[in-house]
Write a protein that binds this ligand. Structure first.
Ligand code: NA7
Length: 544
């Protein structure tokens, strides 16, 4: 068995109080960590990023599987904080692939001279609060230590890769890999018998990209998804010029929408127009790129109810039209969850893959995977011989990356224990008993960078406030945390995202408590709530 996955060694936690000191330690050099470093340095803080990887980029460093790309428009996803950067960087495609995004983040790291404060190959094993000093001690897997008053966990929401606990994986004689740890040197799939487990956004991209190259492809699908054409393409020079001239409008539009995407809903109800007009709009939007098909559609298409079911029926029909074998087509048509209750994958030829003679779709809901054998995968119904197994099985989202670090707060309690029944935080940002720790990977969702930038700005402003008032610690008031946790549970129960069994509610991980892992509020509401808290001298927080 060969696999590129690594295990972190165990380290001791005896504190060395003479370890190198910083004002702020950031864990992770992804999109959020890089921006936080830049902003905090501007404010005169000493900062260090510790990053496990060999390079910067976080999600865009690790997810180098074939087909990995944006489903946000590239120019809506990039950072907005620097006019110079906006004018210098030229996105090549409307929906950039992983190599382009990784290049972009490296360009940002160089342009803003970020690398001098980033330690790569520095896996954080544990983070322990020193109550006597109101400081955090950070222990790296290789035995190094560092101290800081504040710690920001910029560890990503989808970075703790998940591999189901299939019996027999160790016995597999071929090669296997999780998409979130794709080897930098690539994987040799040409002519091989390849099995892909998982058909979420990742599986859909990967399967489409590798289908032309592999000898035989077996797709193990548990749940069919609603997927729609991405319709990507290169950005021509005139469009490039227009994009660069209209960044303020682009970012303004994104700031007004619930998920920080550029698309605005049609304020009409789908059911308020005639069936002909409704269909005309569905068809027209279907020819458009990206998320426009649902986020510019009638507003109630993304709410539980009649409009949602009407549009779901339209999408199901689109899937049927593209798959030649009606039996396979029916397997690919989602019937067990509402349209939009799971993240909607965008695709570039996914359904046509199932018209290829060398591609087989295996329904593992009908006949679940029983074990991995030395030569492949065995389901309840049959055995599949494979040279390579690729796990596109997703992530232990949001709390997973935090739980994989031993985070010990006041009284030695761990964040993992505290979050056992779901995250208990104030606005996703801080948790009682863990002063000066900002868990910002739990508070950003949607068009990621658009949501992350204002959140990071808020946290940097907050840290600046604590310092300016000569205080040494900030943590939520217990009643503020309790009210927020209740709000997430109650408001969360009403939104579409909590209606399906997906990573958004932890339902993809056996044994994980079901709880909405992101905010139930729209991005504008979240920004307004945070602004109000700050304006009231950080109401709901205890500063000392
Ligand atoms: P997802 O969306 O969590 O998808 C994981 C896939 O793996 C999904 O099809 C799962 O089926 C499947 N899976 C998980 N466990 C098993 C087992 N035990 N057997 C068979 N199949 C399994 O992760 P992605 O990486 O695709 O996407 C994550 C996010 O990245 C996405 O939302 C975008 O924001 C970008 P299931 O649906 O649970 O039946």
């Amino acid at each position: 068995m060969t696999s590129p996955l690594q295990q972190a060694p165990t380290v001791g936690t005896a504190m060395d109080t003479t370890a190198e000191q910083f004002d702020v330690i950031i864990i992770g050099a992804g999109v959020t960590g890089l921006y936080a470093l830049h902003r905090l340095r501007e404010r005169g803080f000493s900062v260090r990023i510790f990053e496990s990887g060999d390079g910067v980029g976080g999600t865009w460093y690790w997810n180098r599987y074939p087909g990995a790309r944006f489903d946000s428009e590239s120019y809506t996803y990039g950072y907005s904080f620097s006019q110079e950067l906006l004018q210098e960087w030229e996105w090549q495609e409307h929906y950039a692939g992983q190599p382009e995004t990784e290049r972009y983040l490296n360009y940002v790291a160089d342009k803003f001279d970020l690398r001098r404060d980033i330690s790569l190959r520095s896996h954080v094993h544990s983070v322990v609060f020193d109550e006597s000093a109101n400081a955090w001690q950070v222990f790296l897997a290789d035995g190094r230590q560092a101290r800081a008053r504040f710690v920001i966990t910029a560890v990503g929401s989808l970075s703790a890769y998940y591999i189901p606990d299939f019996e027999g994986l160790d016995s597999f004689q071929g090669t296997w890999c999780h998409t979130g740890r794709w080897p930098a040197a690539g994987m040799d799939l040409a002519g091989k018998r390849v099995g892909v487990i998982g058909t979420g956004a990742t599986g859909v991209q990967l399967i489409t990209a590798i289908a032309p190259e592999v000898g035989h492809l077996t797709v193990f699908q548990r749940t069919a998804n609603y997927c729609a054409p991405l319709r990507n393409g290169p950005i021509d020079p005139e469009t490039q010029r227009q994009i660069k001239a209209s960044y303020p409008e682009i970012f303004q539009k994104c700031s007004e929408t619930a998920g920080s995407f550029i698309h605005q809903f049609d304020p009409r109800s789908a059911m308020s127009v005639s069936p002909e007009e409704r269909l005309e709009q569905y068809e027209r939007l279907w020819t458009e790129p990206g998320f426009k098909k649902w986020l510019s559609n009638f507003y109630d298409v993304m709410l539980p109810g009649e409009a949602n079911e009407d549009y779901a029926a339209f999408v199901r029909q689109k899937i049927r039209e593209r798959v030649k074998d009606p039996v396979i087509a029916e397997k690919l048509v989602p019937k067990d969850h509402m349209f939009g209750s799971k993240r909607l994958p965008c695709e570039s030829g996914y359904y046509e893959v199932f018209n290829q003679d060398n591609v087989e779709l295996v329904d593992v809901r009908e006949a679940p995977i029983e074990r991995i054998t030395p030569t492949g995968v065995k389901t309840k119904a049959a055995e599949y011989a494979l040279d390579v197994i690729i796990f596109a099985t997703g992530y232990d989202a949001v709390t997973g990356p935090l739980n994989r670090i031993e985070i010990r707060g006041e009284g030695g309690q761990t964040l993992k224990d505290k979050f056992a029944e779901g995250p208990r935080t104030y606005m996703g940002i801080q948790s009682v008993g863990f002063p000066n720790l900002f868990t910002i990977n739990a508070a950003s969702v949607g068009n990621f960078v658009r949501a992350a930038e204002p959140l990071v700005d808020w946290v940097c402003e907050c840290i600046g406030y604590v310092r300016a008032h000569q205080m040494t610690r900030i943590a939520p008031a217990p009643e503020a945390e309790a009210a927020w946790t209740q709000h997430v549970a109650e408001a969360g129960a009403k939104i579409l995202r909590t209606q399906a069994n997906s990573w958004f509610v932890g339902a993809n991980i056996p044994g994980k408590a079901r709880f909405l892992l992101t905010s139930p509020d729209s991005a504008p509401v979240m920004r307004a709530k945070r602004a109000e808290v700050a304006a009231k001298g950080y109401a709901g927080f205890i500063l000392q």
